[in-house]
Structures are given as C-alpha cells and as structure tokens.
Design a binder for this molecule. Structure first.
Ligand SMILES: [Zn+2]
Length: 280
C-alpha cells in the first residue's frame, strides 16, 4: 500500500455509533454501502441486549468495515436475563468485539427502574475491568450516579467512551477528568436542543473527539433538502462533521483525519469497507 493510500484512508470517516440491528433498517448492507460511497468507511455496531450483542457480532463478521460492542442498554436493564454477565463474557471473546456497552444510566425516560439500571451498569463496568475492554457509555440525566459507579473502579478503569454526549462544558469537564473520549452526534446540529452541547464541542481536546450518527436515531436537522425519511443513516456522518468543524473552527478534512485516528486509538484498528463504485 502506498503512503498516499494510508493518508486517504485516514481521511475517511468512522461512525462510532450505529444501531444497525434496528428494525428501521431493512437492507443493512445497502445502508453501509451508501455510507461507504460518502467515505464513511468504518462503523461501530452497538448492542443493547444479550440477543442483539450476538446479532451485531454476526453482522460485523459478514459486513466489512464493522466492529461490534456487547452490552445491555439502561433501557433494557429490567429485562436482562439472569445469566447476562456470563453470556456477555463469552460473547466478548470474539475478535470483532472491541468494547462493553452500550451500558450506563438513563433517568430521562426510566424505561427500566433506576435501581435495575444501576445494578446492571455496575456489573458491566466490573466485567469491562475484568476483561480489560473499553467501556461504551450511555448517560442521560444521571451524571452523579454514573460517575459514582465508575469511580468505584478508580485506577483500574479501562478507556471510556461517552457515547452521544449531549451536555454542556461542566459535565464535559467531569468526563474529561476520567480521560474519557467524547462522542458527538447530530444533536450538535440542533441549535435549540443542542445549545449546551454546542458550547462544549469546541472544548473537547483534539485527541478525545469521536463522531457518531447513533443511526437510525437523531437525524441531523441541517440536511438540505430535507430528506423524506426520518431514519438516520451512517451516510449522514459528514453532515454532523460539517457542523462540528464549524464549531471547532477546523476543516472537515482535518476532522476526518483526527476522529478516525482517535477511533482507532480507542477501539483498535480495523479495515475499511471497500465499495466497488459504479459510476457515481
Ligand atoms: Zn445510547
């Protein structure tokens, strides 16, 4: 491979959060191909239950350009099977699995009782520490409890990724104190709802910034013309990047290089999705 090829590959985008098992996607290969045509050539497929963890591993096996996480989302905590920890431990042995999650606390909707959320989150943090796998975190309206559970393992914590960070500079400071990586989604493209986040985005250190769509959720509001579907896809990652580049006073090209290199530092390296490009 020529040096220029390597450089070009680093300028391709990495989507650090794709819920590809969602029922909102029918042709999953086509979703990834559409993204790859727009240089979004690597995807992190995230899981929210034991069952989905097995599914994303299988997808990452059959679809190029993908890696997987295994874990239980706070919304699903109340439905976690009795043997979820041994089950996740076993699934985590697969080479495509690069993190435990998404796990954490979500008191915004409390789809699971907070006590269940805390129990299932604490067990997954302990598992990540045991397996020395990075933690893929989801937190909404639960900062203090989230930090408290993480701090029980202070000094032993694996690398942390705060996925879909939506908060302001103060919460950002708390997570940066844990040396966490910070994931920015299309939330940043929403001037009203994303106001606090938009103040935090320029404060994220260059070596801690990651980009993600959280597809099929959170379609960026900035897309013009407005797409007919509300289903977000990894192909919209450059749209998020355009907003983030403006907020950080940098270029899209530099942001691609930076965030792809950060993704590889956090998750470990993995090959891109190659697309045979018909005239396009
Ligand atoms: Zn999430």
């Amino acid at each position: 491979m020529k040096a220029t090829d390597v450089a070009e590959r680093l300028e391709a985008w990495t989507d650090c959060g794709v819920n590809l098992c969602s029922g909102q996607f029918s042709d999953r290969s086509a979703v990834l191909d559409r993204a790859a045509h727009l240089q979004v050539t690597r995807s992190v497929l995230i899981a929210s239950s034991v069952e989905e963890s097995a599914d994303v591993i299988a997808l990452a096996e059959s679809e190029s350009g993908c890696i997987a996480t295994v874990g239980i989302h706070p919304h699903q905590a109340k439905d976690a099977p009795a043997d979820y920890i041994p089950a996740l431990r076993q699934l985590a042995q697969h080479a495509n699995v690069r993190a435990v999650g998404e796990c954490g606390l979500d008191y915004n909707r409390n789809f699971s009782p907070p006590a269940d959320q805390r129990r299932v989150f604490a067990a997954q943090v302990a598992l990540a520490v045991e397996l020395e796998l990075p933690l893929y975190l989801h937190e909404r309206d639960a900062l203090a409890d989230h930090l408290a559970i993480l701090s029980e393992h202070k000094g032993q914590l694996p690398p942390l990724f705060v996925h879909c960070f939506t908060q302001g500079p103060e919460a950002l400071g708390e997570y940066l104190a844990l040396d966490a990586y910070i994931g920015v989604t299309g939330w940043a493209c929403d001037e009203r709802r994303g106001e606090a986040l938009r103040r935090a985005v320029p404060l994220i250190p260059d070596n801690r910034l990651l980009l993600e769509t959280d597809a099929p959720y959170l379609i960026p509001r900035t897309i013009r013309p407005k797409p007919s579907s509300r289903v977000n896809e990894p192909r919209w990652l450059p749209e998020i990047a355009a907003t983030v580049a403006t907020l950080r006073n940098t270029t899209a090209k530099e942001l691609a290089r930076l965030t792809t290199s950060n993704a590889q530092a956090f998750f470990g390296e993995w090959p891109v999705r190659e697309v045979i490009c018909a005239p396009c």
